[in-house]
Design a protein around this ligand. Structure first.
Ligand SMILES: *Cc1c(COP(=O)(O)O)cnc(C)c1O
Length: 428
């Protein structure tokens, strides 16, 4: 499979090149030339397939001959070694728990697969420096995915004082080949600095930079896998279903749309978000207007200019009517989010994290007028947002052992300003 740049369809590269580069030379995002259809037999057998088998069948055409079949199978077995269960919350509503990986967030899925692709592809080349901007969870998932990986350094850029203590501890305490840069600015600043670094001439000459943000195709594509895993676990496959996706940079939803275009029989996507609602606004009015992000309690979705939005447009040929026939968007306030955490705990004894709570709210809103079954994605373990969540569940939230260990360790970070020149000084 070849990948073209969303800025120029004639700029094509192989899977390997797209993964190593992260972003195209013309600043566009890489996009697969076609979306292969999964055969009927895949859907007939799906209940018997493991997550890594589903991943292999889905990803094989995208990887092509850049890895042998056995290399790809081994890589996926190693990366996707945790469960992704579909859990009933109440009538007609189930949640797909994406937080059973090592850092307890859905980003483990993409980051672990991507880290292994990159270390395979970079093995013979020079040392690669991964730049990753994080609003919270990406940093730890990427850092953990790359920890101790030969030939790769990881630089995590994160907005000072805007991620939770638990999140921060997960990527500032690892040491070794992982360095945390605490940026005096917002997540959008971090994301912009990373993008600018990639197109900086001097940096390009002096080092090999790559990205682990959801703009890297090797992080995006594996995320389609759990949409099939959700379908595999659905008891009633004959009844139509909708999936609600808590969205920030829209990598998760874009992967879902790719799954649908590959044949997943899904009725409707719900794009759920907090008050950073540029995409729900677009879905309603047909006008996309990026704006500075505002902080909320679901901080991994505090994004004012979602990086994967261009890919979403690409998937629908830039056609607003088509997009809104398949995706409906809703946004919710922090107060509504808190109320959802409280009431789902009280009435159904299930503890939502703030992102899952937003997704739950979007799903319920959609199902009010559509009598089908619904799945919402739980993208983080609630303990990652301990301070917010425990207040709403009368202190009943337990911290998993893995998180307790990182909390005990000492934070190590380097502070820099929110501009490219400070980042360059550090890199060079
Ligand atoms: C990153 C993240 C999201 C948003 O995912 P996108 O792919 O950026 O839309 C939602 N919830 C959690 C917990 C996250 O870490």
């Amino acid at each position: 499979m070849n990948y073209y740049s969303t800025n120029n369809k004639s700029n094509k590269v192989s899977f390997k090149e797209a993964v190593v580069k992260g972003l195209a030379d013309d600043k566009g995002l890489f996009f697969p030339e076609e979306i292969p259809q999964l055969p009927k037999s895949f859907f007939n057998e799906i209940e018997q397939l493991s997550i890594s088998e589903i991943a292999y069948r889905f990803l094989k055409p995208y990887v092509g001959n850049d890895l042998t079949n056995n290399e790809l199978i081994d890589l996926l077995n190693d990366a996707l070694d945790f469960e992704i269960p579909l859990i009933k919350v109440h009538d007609h509503i189930q949640t797909l728990e994406l937080f059973h990986g090592p850092t307890l967030a859905f980003k483990d899925v993409g980051a672990r697969v991507m880290a292994r692709f990159l270390s395979k592809f970079a093995a013979n080349d020079n040392k690669v420096t991964i730049l990753v901007a994080t609003s919270g969870d990406t940093g730890s998932a990427v850092a953990s995915g790359f920890l101790d990986v030969e030939g790769i350094d990881v630089l995590v850029l994160y907005p000072k004082a805007m991620v939770s203590e638990i999140q921060e501890k997960q990527f500032t305490t690892l040491g070794k080949n992982i360095i945390a840069l605490e940026v005096k600015g917002s997540f959008d600043d971090c994301q912009r600095m990373v993008k600018e670094a990639f197109t900086d001439k001097e940096l390009k000459e002096k080092m090999q930079l790559s990205s682990a943000n959801s703009i890297n195709i090797a992080r995006l594509l594996p995320q389609a896998v759990y949409y099939f895993a959700a379908y595999a676990q659905l008891q009633d496959k004959a009844k139509p279903f909708a999936i609600s996706v808590p969205s920030g940079n829209y990598g998760n939803l874009t992967a879902g749309v790719i799954a649908k275009k590959s044949g997943l029989p899904l009725a409707r996507f719900v794009a759920s978000t907090n008050i950073n609602d540029v995409v729900p606004e677009y879905l309603k009015k047909g006008i996309f207007k990026a704006r500075p992000s505002v902080s909320t309690i679901s901080n991994a979705m505090d994004v004012g200019n979602p990086s994967n939005f261009v890919r979403l447009l690409e998937l629908y040929g830039n056609n607003w009517d088509k997009i809104k026939s398949e995706i409906i968007g809703y946004s919710f306030t922090d107060e509504q989010t808190r109320e959802a955490i409280r009431s789902i705990y009280k009435n159904h004894n299930y503890i939502l994290d703030p992102h899952g709570a937003v997704a739950y709210l979007g799903l319920i809103e959609y199902l009010k007028t559509n009598k089908i079954q619904g799945i919402f994605l739980e993208t983080a373990h609630p303990a990652k947002f301990y301070d917010t969540v425990q207040k709403e569940v009368s202190g009943k939230l337990e911290i998993p052992q893995r998180l307790k260990e990182s909390l005990k360790k000492e934070k190590k970070s380097i502070q820099i300003g929110n501009n490219l020149s400070e980042l360059k000084d550090f890199l060079l």
